[in-house]
Design a protein around this ligand. Structure first.
Ligand code: PEP
Ligand code: MG
Length: 585
């Protein structure tokens, strides 16, 4: 292209298109610049006509053809070894397609009620979704997403609808299902922007596991952005710039260059030993909820899983009471983390993690939650313990059990009795279980931190959950936006309690780790190491940045940092100490 023409185009672009800034929640770090494709999940209008009796066969045939095409697409994704961790999710959708009851009901709807194929599919899936909604409220959200997603895909196939997503673009959508994210990753999509969804939605977690820079919850991206607009997506802080001006683009291009340099550094950094500048060893583990998160955890060399949250498994599985399904899930995690340890936390339902059937409480965070609920639901608890212990047979010495929301010693006594019963039953049935499976306690209620020696003497390990510990110590609801300025995990009172726990652990020879968000802040992580806590578990995405700071500082410096932090009176003091440490680097 001639220079004059190029300049004219640039100028007219700048005149025509206004630079617009929108923001959302950062869901996967990384900066990309590119043209957009708009993706609209087409849910074709279904026909409201009736078909003649002699057309039924043809419609049933179309239904099975659509099932075949949908399954074939899923099988292609299943065969992609890079998507190994998403296998569970894809299998679930294949199982929905193959469900003989669903197939019979659609056939019936066509042949007995003379519905055309699209309307039959729509109505049978609507029934399923209604049953789930009525029986389980919002708790089976993931399951509902999977079912409506596969319904929409079937309808698209029946109506021969295609999307017009271009390879190598940044995709903008109202919302995305996990399957859509997986299938787009196969089409070389550079980044994702969605109006809806939070950073912890399943689709966002999958985007993270595939390292696709993503911003979610922008509310208005699909309104503001057009096809082929140029956008900058900054997945580190959730910023999106539509039609960036030349200077904006240059600024981000510079950041991209730095980012790719850092990425290359990260890869070599992750291969280096986990030790401080002066050789003190530490261990970094991953907090996960889904198998999909393991690809990034493994890439960044996480030393196992320090916190496997099991709530969503519990909440999203139709047959969560089924021990075999739980075993299959735990096995999949252990197989993908060889030879490391996996710490499975018992269901921490309640608080903000509702499952719908129980009464609403006035103070759910102070209510029927974690171990309190489990001890009153013996069947649920025993099934989970059975599943964990059965799994342990194949992975001796690699599984640990973690108990959420402990506040009294009595809870430990009761739990140990139940574990003993389950172990006995399994041994009688001939299972070769791990009899010495370690039992650890979450330190997230102040009573446990304040009596840490006592609790340590009844546990094999302690794991400090600073997310809850902070809300209980500071009396600040962790999810309340209105007082979020008061919620800071680096509060001096929290450091004091962590120190007490670390010392109690040492006195009782019980390992102490931290799995709350505090460990994800590189300077706070240095301070934790300075306090003598050598195992930290965090969202895998931040692992390299934490490791970088830990490796470039000495243990003595970290101990001095911890001393200063323990002397601090206010959060401002902590801020100052942290900023001085940063400039020192
Ligand atoms: C915590 O409370 O710090 C924790 C790790 O658990 P969760 O965030 O799941 O409550
Ligand atoms: Mg917690």
């Amino acid at each position: 292209m001639g220079l004059v023409r190029f300049m004219r185009m640039e100028m007219s672009n700048q005149l025509d298109k206004k630079e617009i800034f929108i923001s959302g929640a950062p869901a996967c770090p990384g900066i990309v610049i590119g043209d957009t494709s708009l993706y609209q999940r087409v849910r074709p209008n279904v026909s409201d006509t009736q078909i003649a009796d002699d057309e039924a066969e043809d419609h049933i045939h179309k239904f099975y053809e659509a099932l075949d095409v949908a399954e074939e697409e899923l099988q292609v994704l299943l065969g992609n070894s890079e998507l190994e961790e998403s296998a569970d999710l894809i299998q679930t959708q294949i199982a929905i397609l193959k469900d003989p009851e669903m197939q019979d009901r659609v056939e019936q709807e066509i042949s007995a009620n003379n519905k055309p194929v699209d309307s039959a599919v729509e109505s049978i899936f609507r029934n399923y979704l209604q049953v789930i909604q009525e029986n389980h409220g919002g708790a089976f959200q993931n399951k509902s997403v999977d079912i409506s997603d596969i319904r929409d895909r079937l309808l698209q196939i029946i109506h021969n609808k295609r999307d017009d997503i271009k390879e190598g673009t940044i995709l903008v959508a109202r919302e995305l299902s996990p399957r859509e994210v997986i299938s787009f990753s196969n089409r070389n999509i550079k980044g994702l922007i969605t109006d809806q969804g939070g950073a912890t939605s399943h689709a966002a977690i999958i985007a993270r596991s595939m390292n696709i820079p993503t911003v979610v919850g922008t509310q208005k991206a699909t309104e503001v952005i057009n096809f082929d607009d140029e956008v900058v997506l900054d997945g580190r802080n959730g910023e999106v710039v539509v039609n960036p001006k030349k200077e904006t683009r240059q600024k981000y291009e510079h950041l991209i260059t730095q980012q790719s340099k850092r990425k290359a550094d990260f890869e070599s950094l992750c291969k280096k030993p986990n030790e401080t500048f002066d050789g003190k060893a530490f261990s970094l583990q991953a907090n996960i909820e889904f198998a999909e998160e393991l690809s990034i955890a493994n890439k960044y060399q996480a030393e196992g899983v320090g916190l496997l949250r099991t709530e969503s498994i519990y909440l999203s599985r139709k047959h969560f009471k089924n021990v075999d399904q739980q075993v299959a899930f735990y096995k999949s995690i252990l197989e993908l983390t060889t030879p490391h340890q996996v710490t499975i936390r018992l269901f921490d339902v309640g608080g903000d993690k509702f499952f719908g059937d129980e009464e609403k409480e006035q103070n759910p965070f102070l209510g029927w939650r974690g171990i309190r609920m489990l001890l009153e639901q013996p069947e649920l608890l025993k099934n989970q313990l059975r599943a964990i212990l059965e799994t342990s047979a194949d992975f001796m010495g690699r599984i640990r059990i973690l108990v959420p929301m402990v506040s009294t010693i009595d809870e430990i006594y009761k739990l140990k009795n139940i574990i003993g019963e389950v172990q006995k039953e399994l041994l009688n049935q001939g299972f070769d279980i791990d009899k010495n499976i370690p039992l650890g306690l979450m330190v997230e209620v102040p009573s446990v931190a304040l009596k840490a020696d006592l609790f340590a003497s009844h546990a094999d390990f302690l794991s400090v959950g600073t997310n809850d510990l902070t809300q209980y110590v500071l009396a600040v609801d962790r999810g309340n936006e209105r007082i979020s300025n008061l919620y800071d995990q680096r509060h001096p009172a929290i450091w004091r309690l962590i120190k007490e726990v670390a010392e109690a652990g040492e006195r009782n020879e019980v390992p102490v780790s931290v799995c709350g968000e505090l460990a994800s802040d590189p300077i706070a992580a240095s301070c934790l190491i300075g306090l003598g806590i050598d195992t930290l578990s965090m969202n895998a995405v931040v692992l390299p940045s934490v490791k970088q700071v830990l490796r470039s500082n000495s243990y003595i410096d970290m101990q001095q940092l911890a001393e200063k932090v323990l002397d601090a009176g206010t959060l401002d003091d902590i801020d100052n100490i942290f900023s001085n440490w940063e400039t020192k680097e």
